[in-house]
Write a protein of this length. Structure first.
Length: 94
């Protein structure tokens, strides 16, 4: 594989830990694809992904629900905060 191809398409993909740190620092500036990557890492594949929302199953009933929506390539800030809350709850139970 050519070096330029690897750097262009694989070198710029941030890790889940870096995305979570960016989410905590500024929930307004998160790409939808990055939020989806984080949700899939913590909660698995979405139950629904064909409509405008992607719904991720959590190991507990009720809130915080993990439900994200694409807003012109960006994640909605309140949904980023909900995902962070769900990640904290999941890590506290582990």
């Amino acid at each position: 594989m050519a070096q330029w191809y690897y750097q262009r398409y694989h070198g710029t993909v941030p890790s889940v830990a870096k995305i979570v740190a960016a989410m905590q620092a500024n929930p307004r500036n998160i790409r939808y694809d990055d939020l989806t990557k984080v949700c899939e890492h913590y909660f698995g594949r979405p139950r629904t992904g064909s409509g405008s929302h992607a719904v991720f199953k959590t190991p507990w009933p009720g809130d915080p629900r993990v439900n994200i929506q694409n807003d012109h390539g960006r994640a909605k800030p309140y949904q980023v905060r909900q995902v962070l809350s769900a990640i904290e709850k999941k890590e506290a139970e582990a």
